[in-house]
Design a protein around this ligand. Sequence first.
Ligand code: APR
Length: 268
Amino acid sequence: MSSRSYIVRVIVLTGAGVSAESGIPTFRGKDGYWRNLDPAKLATPEAFAHDPKLVWEWYGERRQRIRNAQPNPAHKAIARLAQCANEFLLVTQNVDDLHARAGVPNEKMVQIHGDIFVTRCSCCDFSDVGNGGSAALTALRRDRPEPPTRGQLRLIGPTSAQNERLPCCPKCSAPMRPGVVWFGEQLPWKEVQRVENYLDRGACNVAIVAGTTATFGYIVDWALQASHGGELIEVNPEETPLSTFATRIMREPAAIALPRLVDEIINS
Ligand code: APR
């Protein structure tokens, strides 16, 4: 990092807009998921209780789309800043793994809305990181159950085609669900603590907010707390509730603006 010693602490807050140029739809933007789909039917605990198959199908499709996607220059620029900044934390609302695949280490990243590739029990604390559940879901589609190995997810329910079976917990047999935070649910406490501890250690010299409508109050609060006395840079083609507080606004796509901005920060 350059001689401008005050650029030592950085926080970056991201949303779906950062993954848009990797082909992952946003939620509220043009062609966003919530423009065509009802979140109450797909992204609430009630929806899962009512129709777990529908919910799993949607998350299965999203997982596949993310597997087929690649990190874009915005993800890569953020990973570079994570390497160069003296202190750095990325707080992402994205449940995809594109920040991690671009090289942001886990210890410098908080996925505050969870990880789509985690499959966890809807009742107990069992969770299966990685491709958990996909094998079971794939077996579903082949309609030929795989014998579960120890600790592997078992399928529950009848076998007929239209009542496809769903992964259940090897510990308590309850239905397994995607490891994301749904509407009406609490944020993961440990992850909130990580953000708060980082912010408690002092304001940041640069706070970047990219690709989010800043719909949730905690995102606005963390951005304002982090940028107290420092720079708040918004990267978003559209206005958001944070725009009035920003010290700098880049109304451009993140994959264009962020590589340039990070260059500037690192070389200044
Ligand atoms: N570069 C930068 N920003 C972009 C780009 C782009 N290429 N394309 C779109 N945007 C901006 C849009 O202008 C919009 O402000 O990204 C934002 C996307 O907003 P949302 O769809 O609301 O996504 P996000 O803010 O991440 O949503 C927050 O809501 O639905 C829940 O849990 C879900 O994590 C999600 C949360």
